[in-house]
Design a protein around this ligand. Structure first.
Ligand SMILES: O=C(O)CC1=CCC(=O)O1
Length: 293
């Protein structure tokens, strides 16, 4: 359905009982709500599943950019208000994970828990995003398909029809929408607000993710006390596409865990070592994390 919000009309799919626990899904740059197609059938019954196309993507409106991250967060906030959703589990992948962090900071009443998938508090550095934006302006979205597929998928999966389909999705994204959202990512550094979050949080990374490599995802989860980190070793940047059943199993475990865990994380909990390896949770805002070359 097309849903008119105060500042934008978004394309939204809302299934399951309206009074059931809600799970909300926000997709990655250059994709759309169909990113979740193969995951949803493997989730438990009895949930309200809400997914939407970001501003400038899929069937949502694509106003002139650049967009600010605050605008994308406000879209999600207005969407949940319009649907009367509180206490949702928000699953955000890549830029969707940035929106998830921003929304949890702004409207904790709307969010029960977060899944931060293939994302970070800061994705890439501005100079690299600016270069990508200029290249797209000059040569079109086609010019970024091949390098993007290299960052998104492990070599073997890249050859599949499914991977090629997501390559086409990039070029089908409205130019204004892709560039608008890319500018929002370029301007976002959520390390400080995200480190103040105190809610249940699952991080998911892919071993072949060239956009948000595992260490970058781990670093972000490391600033949220009590969070859990899962590595999908054979996946790339989009595990809902390359391993939907395994991804759904991780979500299902997390949903089960938080349904049974009424305890809110203690704000005084020490920052956990999620890795079992030596890891510093201090972060370098200028790292490029391998993303977005
Ligand atoms: O496009 C990429 O490679 C990575 C990316 C950053 C934000 C997003 O949603 O995707």
């Amino acid at each position: 359905m097309r849903l008119d919000l105060p500042n934008i009309t978004l394309n939204v799919e809302d299934s399951g009982p309206k009074d059931a626990p809600a799970v909300v899904f926000a997709h990655a740059l250059g994709t759309n709500l169909h990113l979740w197609d193969a995951v949803l059938p493997h989730l438990p019954e009895g949930l309200r599943l809400i997914r939407y196309d970001l501003r400038g993507h899929g069937g949502s409106d694509a106003p002139d950019g650049p967009y600010a991250m605050g605008t994308l967060v406000r879209d999600a906030e207005q969407l949940l208000d319009a649907l009367d959703v509180t206490d949702a589990v928000f699953v955000g992948i890549s830029i969707g994970g940035l929106i998830a962090q921003g929304l949890a900071v702004k409207r904790l009443d709307q969010i029960r828990a977060l899944v931060l998938s293939n994302t970070a508090a800061k994705i890439g550095v501005r100079s690299v995003w600016d270069k990508r934006i200029s290249e797209i302006r000059e040569k079109g979205l086609e010019s970024i398909v091949a390098p993007t597929l290299e960052r998104w998928f492990a070599p073997a999966f890249r050859k599949t029809e499914e991977a090629q389909r997501w390559g086409r999705a990039i070029t089908e994204t409205p130019l204004k929408g892709y560039l608008g959202c890319a500018a929002a990512v370029a301007g976002t550094d959520f390390y400080t607000p995200t480190s103040g979050l105190r809610l249940s949080c699952l991080g998911i990374a892919g071993g072949y993710d060239g956009s948000t490599p595992p260490d970058l995802v781990r670093e972000t989860l490391g600033v949220i006390p009590g969070s859990r980190f899962e590595l999908m070793r054979r996946s790339g940047h989009l595990p809902p596409v390359d391993a939907p059943e395994d991804y759904a199993a991780l979500l299902t475990d997390f949903l089960t865990e938080i349904a049974h865990d009424k305890r809110d994380p203690d704000p005084h909990d020490p920052v956990p070592d999620l890795t079992g390896h030596t890891q510093s949770h201090s972060h370098n805002h200028d790292h490029d994390g391998g993303c977005c070359g």
